[in-house]
Design a protein around this ligand. Structure first.
Ligand code: ATP
Ligand code: MG
Ligand code: FE
Length: 345
């Protein structure tokens, strides 16, 4: 089954063609990063306008890359949320128009479930159940993916997401948007022990996250040093901040894996590109005997391939969309609560 998938939730205009949820026939990403950089972050209206301009070309490029025509497609998939409403609407409108004109099924996909599915493209042998740590620009979650249709949500962020914290700290350090990769690079040469930033673990058995206190601690430290003329190296601040984030992410994942007896661990979302996080999780995997999965760098940040991968499983579950499909900016990751019966057998 060949699915044409479309992604436009933020500042990537993307289209892909995926076969049976696992094989990439085409993967086209037009990133607007350079356009938004001068504003220090994504400007929603500018993102929407650029999606409108680029979308038809990106779709055609995907068909050309796969050497296919519209007639060869079996379904059209699109990110329905979460994301910026205007940006999402461009993709949703494009997908609806194509599906209607071609008389093919329409599949609205949850973007966060898409991030998880990026791993299905990279690892054909990977199947649920597994524990997923989702670390993206807007989300931080610990989730048991019980089967293709069932998530059990164990933890979520109570304030800022991991990627959001990276971007905000990078901004005050003067790194260009998006700040995550810049912090990652700086952290490799900085001293992670230079400043002792807080590790917010919350209640003893909580798998929730909170990164806004850490963000404030970095800002306060920088203001304090500037006022008192205490010198600091940007790289040391980056390394110390990153270490605080990674300590929490790694520790909570280990606790969660132990509590629920999970040995298959998946990382997903833009922050899963972080070199420090990958290294830390590699070490944890060796210590705890995990099979650890994270996507190649190109599939960590937003792309349509991951949407096409997820769409295949949504289709198999009968979760297709009707013509009234709409963009849902605040769409939640679907799943049962942590207190739900955990029957993993
Ligand atoms: P969401 O998926 O939650 O809707 P999003 O789509 O904006 O949010 P992603 O596609 O997951 O976000 O990825 C973008 C985020 O990943 C940004 O916050 C960016 O700074 C972060 N990021 C990318 N590369 C790295 C890296 N190497 N280290 C840390 N963070 C990174
Ligand atoms: Mg982006
Ligand atoms: Fe994303």
């Amino acid at each position: 089954m060949k699915i044409l998938s479309i992604e436009s939730s933020c500042d990537e205009t993307a289209a892909a063609i995926i076969e049976d949820g696992r094989c990439i026939l085409a993967n086209q990403v037009y990133t607007q990063i350079a356009i938004h950089r001068k504003y220090g972050g994504v400007v929603p209206e500018i993102a929407s306008r650029n999606h409108v301009m680029k979308m038809p070309y990106v779709v055609q490029d995907a068909l050309d890359e796969a050497q296919l025509t519209f007639d060869d497609l079996d379904a059209i998939a699109v990110t329905k949320g979460p994301g910026l409403v205007g940006a999402l609407l461009v993709g949703v409108s494009e997908a609806k128009a194509l599906a209607y004109a071609l008389d093919k099924p329409l599949i609205g996909v949850n973007h966060i479930e898409g991030h998880i599915a990026a791993n299905y493209l990279a690892f054909p042998e990977l199947e649920p159940p597994f524990l997923a740590l989702i670390v993206s620009g807007g989300h931080t979650n610990l989730v048991i993916v019980k089967d293709y249709g069932t998530n059990i949500i164990l933890g979520r962020t109570r304030d800022d997401a991991a990627g959001e914290a990276f971007d905000k700290v990078a901004r005050v350090l003067g790194y260009p948007y998006p700040g995550g990769p810049a912090i990652d690079q700086a952290a490799q040469i900085g001293d992670a022990q230079a400043i002792d930033f807080p590790r917010v673990m919350l209640e003893k058995d909580s798998y929730d996250f909170s990164f806004s206190g850490l963000k404030s601690a970095v800002l306060n430290e920088l203001n304090h040093r500037k006022m008192k003329n205490i010198p600091y190296k940007k790289e040391d601040v980056a390394a110390s901040f990153q270490a605080a984030v990674l300590d929490v992410l790694t520790e909570k994942t280990i606790r969660c894996a132990e509590a629920y007896g999970m040995k298959k661990i998946v990382i997903a979302g833009g922050v899963s590109a972080n070199k420090g996080l990958r290294t830390r999780m590699d070490v944890a995997a060796k210590q705890h005997n995990w099979a650890l999965y994270y996507p190649p760098l190109s599939l960590c940040t937003d792309n349509a391939a991951m949407i096409g991968a997820r769409a295949y499983y949504d289709f198999k579950l009968g979760r297709t969309s009707s013509w009234d499909l709409n963009a849902v900016p605040g769409l939640e990751l679907p799943g049962l609560d942590r207190n739900a019966e955990l029957n993993l057998n």
